[in-house]
Design a protein around this ligand. Sequence first.
Ligand code: SAH
Length: 287
Amino acid sequence: MHKERMTPKLPPHNWPTIEPGWVWLCGAGPGDPGLLTLHALNALGQADVVVYDALVQEAILDWAPQAEHIYAGKRGGKPSPQQRDISLRLIELARAGKRVLRLKGGDPFVFGRGGEEAQTLIQHEIPVRIIPGISAGIGGLAYAGIPVTHRDVNQSVTFVTGHDQSGNTPSSLDWAAIAKGSQVIVIYMGMKHIGQISAALIAAGRPMSEPVAVVTTATTAEQQVLETTLGSIEADITNAKLEPPAIICVGRAVLMRQVLDWQSQAAGAPPRNLDPLGRDDGTAASA
Ligand code: SAH
């Protein structure tokens, strides 16, 4: 099979060209290759080198058969390359006149250090283009049938990271304030410290019975979804042997999965509950 044939054709448009010496910092979406943007696809077709992270599905690299693929993530328990080393590598490649595509999971500017990388490049006078991507905290939840906002549930949503640079629960986060102020909380990198996080939210007044969903390897064939409550989440994650990467969603938006779990429905399961929030205004079709 010719790999070239696997590159989908882009519709006619004034597509930008990666010039030699440029770095395009690009989101790859949460996993499913179909969630790439057209700008990402356009970039994959032109790059001389693709520098990609652990969360980027390898299938996506098939769309850059002409490029050298450089892995810049954690694998096999080895420590991840230092951020500084990755940035320096990008600078080196750009200075060598390569068309560099830096591909990161989800959106490059959402908990992905894309801002740091772009800043370092610009400080070294390397021209950059930023291509946003679908972040796991939005697209991953959508694949699980959870709308990140829903009119009857929340008028705001808070995205938080479950650990900081030191690997601890971020001390800069005021969990009590988040508990009080955020109707729906979407936690990235929260698996390791979920016991501490859920305890902090409960201590600040969130009910033990509050719905929570854990979505692992969202949008891929291995996607798993656990529906639980704030009081049971830690034990349930252990019992279900769930592993990162996972998005954890806290709040009543999770209940909407009872009607919106479109993947199970596509596989033949009926919706569990057509009106999980009990707000039926009579417009729902009667059986
Ligand atoms: N820039 C990325 C986030 C990088 S931080 C984005 O916008 O999505 C890495 C964390 O993102 C993971 O620990 C996990 O919490 C989340 N994540 C990324 N991809 C995921 C996926 N496919 N399924 C579940 N969580 C994912």
